[in-house]
Design a protein around this ligand. Sequence first.
Ligand code: GLP
Length: 261
Amino acid sequence: MEVLIRPSSESAARLTAEIAAKAIHEKPSLVLGLATGRTMESVYGILAGMHREDGLDFSQTRTFNLDEYIGLSTDHENSYRYYMNHHLFDKVNVRQENTHLPDGTAADIDAECAAYEERIKACGGIDFQLLGIGQSGHIGFNEPLSAMFSRTRPKALAPATIRQNAPQFPSPELMPRRAITMGVGTILDARRCILLATGAGKAEIIAKAVEGPVTSMISATALQLHPKCTIIVDEDAAASLENKEYYRWIFENEPEWQEFH
Ligand code: GLP
């Protein structure tokens, strides 16, 4: 795992988008894992701009989202399908049939979860997974006590997640209490993971996720076990990290990051 610290949330989002765009250039048929949440909105805005202005080509890209609320239809304004259409899919040339999210309205949720895993496998696995982090320390909706080897499955949402996401609903009680999420094991199978966190509200959980012990109480700590994972934070989200000086040196000096300066 490595940590890259950028001065502002804008520059952190830009770096994330530039790394993703480079991956799409290098492999146009990239299998791209996608996350939702407010943090990702700026990344998708930048990627849409790269498509519009520089012709970044999504025509062969396949996408798999991490999660979806159970009970929300695709045209519900709070569904993650709606979010993805609105923030990215409708603004780039990705083919709708190449975009995948779990179906939160499936009659048989367990069968839908198993089918989602199969669809990922049929595409050759996820090449590049974008991640955010919730206040509960979740990646996807892998709430506390999610097994390190868990696969796509329904998960009950933690109180911290309900507090964090309920304000996005017209009224808090309309927020579903369950979601389908890729498992921690599904995420760890991705060939590369990039987690973006910005703002002071993420400082404590980022310090635990990056520098704390690996624990299923904080599913983001599982990323410490991943062979190629990059955590991108702004100064506010980096505030509680102990080894900032080392992380800063990495971005300034490691050859891999020079082209992003
Ligand atoms: C939701 C998603 C997570 C994401 C989180 C971050 O809970 N299920 O995958 O990491 O949002 O949210 P925000 O960026 O709004 O802080």
